[in-house]
Design a protein around this ligand. Structure first.
Ligand code: EPU
Length: 443
């Protein structure tokens, strides 16, 4: 089993290009099921979750072809057999996001059998809101032997009013599912309490490029006028805001100085707000080399990140977008281990998403968890140790801790990281980190 071995303490310096977003790309891939034409996506990240989604699409009758130029990371998806309707347990159990084929299948094929995704290390993760939303469009849904079995009466969904608010806010993939289903429904659908995440907007943009009529994506009310048919599209996946945030924190814990290209500035306002308070500087670099654009200037996709020697403590609450994202909570927790004073982190999306805390304690962190909050008291130094990755973002937090720690950190089970970070060890090596991938006997 692969592990990372990190010799901490090296300052990160250099340039990194942020990849296409995993969480945007997965529903974009699923949306290819909505048309008989080819959908061509650019900047598709090379990740195991994307590989799993590709396998799922193949099992659902799609033919996939990679572009000739590896630099553009192009993938062309064409439905060549519209018959299959089953997303099998063997694939769904490897990736929860498989659920986003449900809406497209129901809308285009009139029927779907999708294995019920289980919980995972960050919580129970129910799909009741997805199902409630699809039922509001007329779908008949029942559970059969661990599968969600869904049917559109007469093969066609009907527009309706859908409310997607739940106990922890809206649902991102649920909004994607209902929106993708509504584009081919008869009549108009209004989604209230829709997720406002930029990845939802990215999906709406691609669906509109395919001929859909969606307005309001990115706000809590999305209106979709159903159309008869969608055509293909040629679309570039948005940059990964979580990968960008992770590399900012990796740079900061090493007191580094790093330039990030393809940086999704507009999607990271809450993150930058908190990080500035921690003492991290982010300065935009314009194409002509000048810095700090005038207000309103949107040419801000290249930024330089640098940090003060002393990091300050901060209070952070994770929230649905545009709040601080839960997917950067573990990384921030790791960074704050070396800040002065006491920081408080409250998790409002996945209340149990604290698996990284016990591992950070093994590295000399001082963290006290109570309920859905953790108090991180800064320590003078983190110590390298053997630690275990438990989920994708927790693993990223451990890498950040390892980069800032004294001595050697071995992170086991990095297959979790490979789900969402493309060749992370090579990116960090290029920035000067001492990190390598090794193969260790399974633990
Ligand atoms: N929820 C319900 N019922 C539902 C759906 C969700 O109660 O039917 C609850 C969840 O349990 C959670 C909250 O609502 O407490 C938000 O969950 P959401 O449905 O928004 O999560 P998701 O769409 O399944 C996506 C990302 C996650 C990210 C969350 C929140 C993808 C593929 N996954 O998941 O990303 O944490 O939104 O922003 O887009 C990750 O990349 O590491 C990751 C876990």
């Amino acid at each position: 089993m692969d592990a990372f071995v990190i010799h901490g303490g090296k300052r990160l310096r250099g340039r990194v290009r942020i990849n296409g977003s995993k969480n945007a790309c997965l529903p974009l891939l699923a949306a290819a099921l909505l048309t008989d034409d080819a959908v061509t996506l650019h900047d598709v990240p090379d990740l195991s979750d994307i590989g799993n989604m590709n396998r799922l699409l193949e099992s659902l009758g799609c033919t996939l072809a990679k572009g000739k130029d590896p630099a553009t990371k192009t993938l062309r998806i064409t439905v060549t057999n519209p018959e299959p309707i089953e997303a099998h347990y063997d694939i769904v159990r490897t990736m929860r996001a498989s659920i986003c084929v449900l809406g497209p299948m129901l809308a285009k094929r009139g029927r779907a059998r999708v294995s019920m995704p289980g919980g995972c290390n960050i919580g129970d993760r129910p799909v009741d809101l997805h199902l409630r939303g699809l039922r509001a469009l007329g779908a008949q849904i029942h559970n059969e032997g661990g599968y969600i079995v869904a049917e559109a009466p007469g093969g066609k969904l009907k527009g309706g009013r859908v409310f997607l608010g739940g106990p922890f806010g809206s649902t991102v993939l649920g909004t994607d599912n209902v929106m993708s289903a509504a584009v081919l429904a008869e009549g108009t659908t209004i989604i209230e309490s829709a997720a406002c995440e930029p990845e939802v907007e990215d999906l709406a943009n691609m669906l509109n490029a395919m001929g859909a009529k969606i307005t309001g994506a990115g706000s809590p009310r999305i209106t979709i006028e159903g159309v008869e048919k969608l055509r293909g599209a040629d679309y570039t996946v948005m940059a990964d805001r979580i990968e960008a945030g992770t590399y900012i924190m990796a740079a900061a814990i090493t007191n580094g100085d790093v330039v990030l290209e393809n940086f999704p500035t507009d999607t990271l306002t809450a993150v930058m707000d908190r990080l500035e308070e921690v003492g991290i500087g982010v300065e935009s670099i314009l194409p002509d080399g000048s810095k700090n654009p005038a207000p309103g200037d949107r040419m801000r996709d290249v930024v330089r990140v640098f940090s003060a020697r002393r990091l300050e403590s901060v209070q952070v609450v994770t929230q649905p977008y545009p709040g601080f994202p839960t997917d950067l909570q573990a990384q921030l927790t790791a960074l704050l281990c070396l800040a002065d004073g006491n920081s408080i982190i409250t998790e409002k999306i996945f209340p149990d998403r604290f698996m990284h805390v016990a591992e950070l304690l093994r590295m000399n962190a001082n963290i006290m968890r109570t309920g859905t909050s953790a108090m991180v008291s800064g320590v003078k130094r983190l110590e390298g140790a053997q630690v275990m990755a438990s989920d994708l973002r927790a693993s990223a937090g451990l890498v950040i801790a390892g980069l800032g720690a004294k001595g050697t950190t071995t992170i086991n089970r990095v297959y979790h990281l490979d789900r969402g970070y493309e060749k992370m060890e090579l990116t960090l090596q290029a920035l000067g980190a001492e990190i390598e991938r090794v193969n260790l006997p399974a633990t």
